[in-house]
Design a protein around this ligand. Structure first.
Ligand code: ZN
Length: 491
């Protein structure tokens, strides 16, 4: 398959880039993968490969072994068909409509004004190119292509385990060149709900908004150890410190847009006696100075400001205000334990992702993660205790358990050998503090030996997404060598 876009001319391997390019012209937002499913179905038909689909719409394509490798273990290669379709508002391009314009920037490939879809288009393109190439050697392969990965691993959660017949699963959805991933974190969502009484504001009270912005935020799993400020926690702290000097009552408290991201923006509306306005503003400013200093290195742009506001409803009582601020203070956020297996890797963390005011209720939504399933109950117990002390209750949703590293994995040993032979140095073996589909698939298909790797992909899920072109070639070489190794003599 030759490429048609000049930016891809000359890139290796051409068959991979041809498939990758074809995917940039096919819409594949999560839950709306039908066009790309059709594309794969047609391709499988042309090559005479058997394709099966489960109720969850995941695909598996059966590829026979090359000559002489028929009796080796079946290897399942796995990636997801969907992509996050983000775009700059002004861009004429839109991945949700199959309009991605490729741009080459030195050693990087990116897209003009949109996400690129290298996450996880590289997996789909690599699988297709690999099994088309008659010069390569491999045992029986299954190409497992899941849907709706980017919306909470929905496709993997719906996977019919009967679809997977392999004993080794190689996931192609990791984003760091030079690393073999052998573990990931499980996650649990929690919501602290506190219902608290309101009463009318005192006569002549002024309404003021305290707004936090300018923090760097980031992914609440892989970025949790970077020390970035959490806007909800910053806001809670500024208000608590102020409340020790100036009485006020909360009208609302809200911040954060996603469970998955560290909040960058938060705002509280407060009702303050007219005579206390200046003292309130001064106390917030003094607290802001200390907080800004605490985050001077990690979040130099952090801002905490007071402005006039409207009160949509009566403030909470003074007692309720104190209780709600206590709840915000008690919710832990940040890394809680480091991995014993790998340097600099967080094992357990929790992140307050969203604060929400609805009527008399304040809700604090956290996402807690751990690669050690036995560590999470204590984190959830802490959140439960915080909820109870605040007079509220905790709602819990366990998403999936962690993928615990197995450093004795034969597939890992084969990949390490292949890597070292190809590149003359050992790979870094690690885990990620985020979710991977392997953890869900591994919980359904028992005894699977699993491993994950991929090329260097930066700023995924944003219009800055880019993939390192030389790292794609390394990714390809490793994949080719690994399927050969796993079906070689003695396997
Ligand atoms: Zn992905």
């Amino acid at each position: 398959m030759a490429t048609e876009t000049s930016v891809l001319t000359g890139l290796e391997p051409p068959a991979f880039w041809g498939h990758f390019e074809a995917l940039t012209r096919i819409a594949r937002p999560s839950r709306h993968e039908e066009p790309v499913i059709e594309h794969v179905r047609q391709w499988a038909g042309e090559h005479g490969f058997e394709l099966r689909q489960d109720e969850g719409r995941n695909l598996v394509i059966h590829v026979p072994a090359t000559a002489g490798r028929e009796n080796t273990p079946t290897v399942t290669l796995q990636g997801h068909l969907d992509m996050v379709c983000e775009r700059d508002p002004a861009s004429p391009n839109d991945p949700a409509e199959g309009r991605i314009v490729l741009v080459r920037d030195g050693d990087w490939l990116t897209a003009d004004g949109t996400t690129l879809g290298a996450d996880d288009g590289v997996a789909i393109a690599a699988m297709m190119a690999l099994v088309e190439d008659a010069s390569l050697r491999h045992g029986p392969l299954e190409l497992l292509m899941t849907v709706a990965e980017e919306v909470g691993l929905e496709g993997a959660n719906a996977l019919d385990p009967a679809l997977v017949g392999g004993s080794i699963l190689v996931n192609l959805d990791s984003e760091e060149d030079g690393k073999l991933t052998v573990g990931c974190a499980g996650s649990t969502d929690t919501w602290i709900h506190v219902d608290a009484p309101r009463e009318p504001a005192v006569d002549g009270a002024v309404t003021l908004a305290v707004t936090v912005s300018g923090g760097k935020g980031g992914h609440s799993g892989s970025g949790i150890a970077l020390g970035h400020s959490n806007a909800d926690k910053v806001l809670g702290r500024a208000l608590r410190e102020t409340s020790e000097q100036v009485p006020f009552r909360l009208v609302s408290f809200a911040g954060g847009k996603s469970r998955n991201a560290i909040p960058r923006d938060a705002e509280a509306v407060c009702s303050v006696a007219a005579g206390d306005e200046e003292a309130f503003r001064n106390a917030i400013a003094a607290s802001a100075e200390t907080i800004r200093d605490a985050f001077a290195t990690t979040d130099p742009g952090l801002s905490i400001v007071v402005s006039a506001a409207d009160a949509p409803e009566a403030p909470w009582t003074a007692e309720a205000t104190a209780r709600l601020l206590d709840a915000v203070a008690l919710v832990p956020t940040g890394p809680l334990a480091m991995s014993q297996d790998f340097d600099d890797l967080v094992e357990t963390s929790t992140s307050l992702g969203e604060a929400l005011t609805e009527g008399d209720r304040l809700t604090l939504h956290s996402l807690s993660r751990s690669s050690n399933d036995s560590a999470l109950p204590e984190v959830i117990a802490t959140l439960d205790a915080a909820a109870r002390l605040a007079g509220g209750e905790l709602e819990v949703k366990v998403n999936y358990g962690g993928w615990r590293p197995n450093l004795d994995s034969p597939a890992l040993a084969a990949a390490q050998e292949a890597y070292e032979r190809l590149f003359g140095e050992p790979p870094i073996v690690t885990a990620v503090h985020a979710g991977l589909e392997t953890t869900v698939i591994g919980s359904k298909v028992h005894g699977l030996d699993m491993l994950s790797f991929g090329p260097q992909i930066e700023f995924p899920h944003s219009p800055d997404e880019r993939v390192g072109i030389p790292t794609v070639e390394r990714f390809w070489q490793l994949l080719v060598a690994l399927v050969d190794e796993l079906s070689g003599p003695g396997r």
